[in-house]
Design a protein around this ligand. Structure first.
Ligand code: ATP
Ligand code: FE
Length: 331
């Protein structure tokens, strides 16, 4: 069964064809980074307009690269929540139109299920239930995953998402956009112990996170160093910021695994691409007898394959969406 998965929840215009929820026949992603870079973050109006310009080309490229026609697609799936509503509407409307024209079933997919599903491509036998740490531009979640389509949120950020904190710190330092990959690279040359930034909520009894205070601490530190003319090493700053953020992520996800007596953790979302997070989590988890899985880099950030993959399991469960399905900013 071939599923066309369309993803436009944020600033990537993406479409993919996946066979039987497992085999990625094509995965086309058109990044809009260059259009948002000068603003240091995503401008929603630009994102939706660019999606409108690109969506049909991206879908056609996904079909061509998979070597299939619309007639050989069995189900059309698109992200319908959560995300920027203007962006979501573009992919969703395209999917509905195709489903209507070709008389195919249509399924709206929760973006977060997609991010978690990205792990199943390389690890189809991934143990269930397991604990997921989903870290992206808009979310920081610890979830209890019971099936490819079901989850329970155990903890979440109370303010900024971790990816957002990376992007805002990078913007403040004038490093570029998106900040995550830039900080990831730059931190390799810095000393993570150089500055003692706080890891907010690290001692709280729940599994929640907070990154706004950490971001402010970085801004304060840099401003103060500049004001007093003291030395300032950006690599040390970002390495120390990253260490403080990762420390709390790793502690809480391992706590969740222990609480639920689970020995498998998956990482997903754009920040799952972070080399330090992967390294430290794997290392710490090993001490606790916990195995960590993460998707290949290309499947960490937004893509259509993860949407098609999750849609396959929804389809098997009998889920079908109406053409009146809405787009929603939140879950
Ligand atoms: P959401 O999935 O919550 O709706 P989103 O779709 O915008 O948000 P993703 O595409 O999953 O988010 O991830 C983008 C985020 O990942 C950005 O904040 C980016 O800076 C961050 N990111 C990407 N690569 C890395 C990396 N190597 N290290 C840290 N952060 C990274
Ligand atoms: Fe995402």
């Amino acid at each position: 069964m071939n599923i066309l998965g369309i993803e436009t929840s944020c600033d990537d215009t993406a479409a993919a064809v996946v066979a039987d929820g497992q085999k990625i026949l094509s995965n086309v992603i058109s990044s809009q980074n260059e259009f948002h870079a000068k603003y240091g973050g995503i401008v929603p109006e630009i994102a939706s307009r660019k999606h409108v310009e690109l969506i049909l080309y991206v879908i056609q490229a996904a079909l061509d690269s998979a070597g299939v026609t619309y007639n050989e697609i069995d189900v059309i799936a698109a992200t319908n929540r959560p995300g920027l509503v203007g962006s979501l509407l573009v992919g969703l409307s395209a999917a509905k139109s195709i489903a209507y024209c070709y008389q195919k079933p249509f399924i709206g997919v929760n973006h977060l299920l997609g991010h978690v599903y990205a792990n199943f491509f390389e690890h189809p036998d991934l143990k269930l239930p397991h604990i997921s740490l989903t870290v992206s531009g808009g979310h920081t979640l610890v979830m209890y995953i019971t099936s490819p389509t079901q989850y329970e949120i155990l903890g979440h950020t109370v303010d900024d998402a971790i990816g957002e904190a990376y992007d805002k710190v990078a913007k403040f330092l004038g490093l570029g956009y998106p900040g995550g990959p830039i900080i990831d690279n730059m931190a390799k040359d810095g000393n993570p112990e150089a500055i003692d930034f706080p890891s907010p909520l690290i001692h709280s009894k729940d599994l929640n996170f907070s990154f706004s205070g950490l971001k402010t601490a970085v801004i304060r530190y840099v401003t103060e160093q500049q004001r007093t003319g003291q030395s300032l090493n950006y690599a040390d700053v970002v390495a120390s910021f990253q260490r403080a953020a990762i420390k709390v992520l790793v502690k809480k996800v391992l706590e969740a695994a222990q609480e639920k007596q689970i020995s498998t953790i998956t990482l997903s979302g754009g920040v799952a691409a972070n080399s330090a997070l992967r390294e430290i989590l794997i290392q710490e988890a090993r001490h606790n007898g916990v195995q960590v899985y993460y998707p290949p880099l290309i499947l960490c950030t937004d893509n259509g394959a993860m949407i098609a993959g999750a849609a396959y399991h929804l389809y098997q469960q009998g889920v079908r969406s109406g053409l009146d399905l809405g787009a929603y900013a939140s879950l």
